[in-house]
Design a protein around this ligand. Structure first.
Ligand SMILES: [Zn+2]
Length: 279
């Protein structure tokens, strides 16, 4: 990607902030499982775990200097530039309806206002209460090594997907997730919400491409990321088999399809996953 470094207008760096709390009863094994399921379940997974991850004393925070490696500085720089571009594009696409938001960088765990205490192992997420995106830069290492999706546009896609949820929140779409009583109904709705966020990420990608921000190979990077974090792939990796009813994000093919649809058309109206017969 082509971007200007040093733009952190929409970045809240809380990496130096430690949370002093009780020990969390999740072992390393549990954290790894959480990492694998991060994209499949997002913040929902945390709420399912309930008290196990909500424990701790989020009010006690310590603030120290932010320790950052050159690699992390570079990741932060890209994230900042992507956030600025995302906010500008969406303000342009949805004038008067889109409010710019921030990316909160954290390390290990964060107290997300309105979403409770979250571990970095649960992956990047959007908290509708705070209306902010949360990311531990360590996830990019995982994206590269565990999910085989390296590259700056793959990293940008991750943020663009979460901003897709912010767009849904602004448009009142996110609240539809509350509908549907049974678990499988909830999951079906969740898949449509997630695929729409992928499509919205693509819409941004379309405009980034028009603005000549993309390099050759960038599109492939994002598609690799979308493929790597489909529910079917994640489930196969973690449990060796696939249970379609439990999908909450959609299959790899679906994620790729909706991202491409947004990318090809650049139109919000093309992202209506809720009235689409075929996902
Ligand atoms: Zn999502």
């Amino acid at each position: 990607m082509q971007y200007e470094s040093g733009d952190d207008k929409y970045v809240e760096d809380r990496r130096g902030q430690g949370i002093v709390g009780r020990g969390l009863p999740i072992g390393l094994g549990g954290l790894i499982v959480l990492a694998l399921l991060s994209w499949a379940t997002g913040t929902d997974f945390l709420s399912l775990l309930g008290p196990a991850v909500q424990q701790g004393a989020p009010s006690d925070t310590t603030t120290g200097p932010v320790q950052s490696s050159p690699e992390e500085d570079q990741l932060k720089s890209l994230a900042g530039a992507v956030m600025t571009d995302l906010n500008e594009q969406w303000e342009r696409l949805l004038p008067g309806r889109y409010r710019p938001t921030s990316l909160v960088l954290f390390r290990d765990q964060v107290n997300a206002e309105g979403c409770g205490l979250a571990q970095s192992a649960s992956g990047p997420f959007y908290c509708p209460g705070a209306q902010k995106v949360y990311l531990d830069l360590g996830f990019y290492q995982e994206l590269k090594e565990r999910f085989g999706a390296p590259g700056d546009f793959a990293q940008a896609y991750v943020i663009a997907h979460e901003i897709g949820h912010h767009v849904q929140k602004q448009l009142g779409i996110m609240d539809r997730l509350q509908q549907g009583s049974s678990r499988s109904q909830h999951n079906q709705m969740s898949v449509r919400v997630e695929l729409q966020a992928d499509c919205f990420a693509g819409v941004w990608g379309h405009h980034a491409a028009n603005a000549h921000l993309l390099d050759p190979g960038d599109m492939e990077e994002a598609l690799a990321a979308a493929t790597a974090i489909g529910d079917d792939r994640l489930q196969k990796q973690s449990q060796g088999y696939v249970v379609p009813e439990s999908f909450t994000h959609g299959t790899s093919a679906q994620r790729v399809r909706w991202f491409k649809r947004g990318m090809d058309t650049g139109k919000v109206s093309e992202c209506d996953t809720f009235n689409s017969q075929v996902l």
